[in-house]
Design a protein around this ligand. Structure first.
Ligand code: ATP
Ligand code: MG
Length: 224
């Protein structure tokens, strides 16, 4: 899907795409505030939210992939710089980020800047990801702070950071791939698991996620 923003084609601007993968079970304001912050501050052409089909590192979601995708679509419809990319859901099977990055690189070409955005909790677990050492061949990594998660890295991850760390965020726009950059953005202590737990306990989830997503959860009686 990902209807691309074609402005750059008209102006010959370099394409710079950020992607943020996740289970989005459900999408919430922690994800969205970061996504908006990134688009506004770091000169990406667009930011694509990429819901996974089967998460590799956590248990299978209790709702369908279509329901998670619907909620991401509802959330991004309110912001022009954000898009949804449904390739992992269409691909089915276990959703490996490296497969997504290889596909994107083929589609966008060798010169496009591609940046994979992830929270500190995800980045810490990078050494357990499939072909993690190859990720920087296809994309940069932008790590955003997350309340409660400290930058404590395994030795091999520390090694990779030392070799690849960008001096400034601008480096993400001056090469196609290969850099790691860390940023503290708006820190919101919201998680999908917190929202699922509140629903199970029949407590309000208001203001943790967009109204449209809240309404969808009520309408489909999710997470009861
Ligand atoms: P769960 O509670 O089920 O683990 P989650 O809130 O962590 O869900 P995911 O869909 O797993 O949400 O996260 C997708 C990406 O967004 C990950 O890279 C994660 O680190 C990042 N992320 C999620 N919530 C936040 C947040 N509040 N602040 C910063 N990053 C976040
Ligand atoms: Mg999580």
């Amino acid at each position: 899907m990902a209807e691309s923003n074609n402005e750059h084609e008209k102006t010959n601007e370099k394409v710079s795409v950020a992607i943020m993968g996740g289970t989005f079970d459900p999408i919430h304001n922690g994800h969205l505030r970061i996504a908006v912050d990134i688009v506004d501050r770091f000169h990406f052409t667009e930011l694509r939210l990429v819901p996974c089909f089967i998460p590799v590192h956590k248990s299978h979601p209790s709702i369908t992939a279509k329901q998670r995708l619907d909620m991401v679509s509802l959330a991004v419809s309110q912001h022009s710089g954000l898009l949804v990319d449904d390739r992992e859901i269409k691909r089915t099977g276990r959703s490996y980020s490296i497969d997504t990055l290889i596909e994107l690189r083929q589609e966008l070409g060798p010169d496009a800047c591609i940046t994979m955005v992830m929270g500190m909790d995800s980045f810490i677990s990078l050494p357990s990801w499939h072909k993690w050492q190859s990720i920087l061949n296809y994309a940069h990594i932008l790590v955003v702070s997350r309340p409660g998660w400290h930058p404590e890295f395994t030795l091999d991850l520390q090694d990779l950071i030392e070799k690849s760390r960008a001096k400034t965020a601008a480096e993400l726009q001056s090469a196609p791939a290969g850099k790691i950059h860390m940023e503290a953005l708006t820190e919101l202590g919201i998680s999908s698991s917190m929202i699922r737990t509140l629903c199970e306990q029949n407590k309000s989830i208001a203001y943790l996620l967009p109204e449209s997503v809240h309404a969808y959860i009520n309408q489909h009686t999710l997470y009861q």
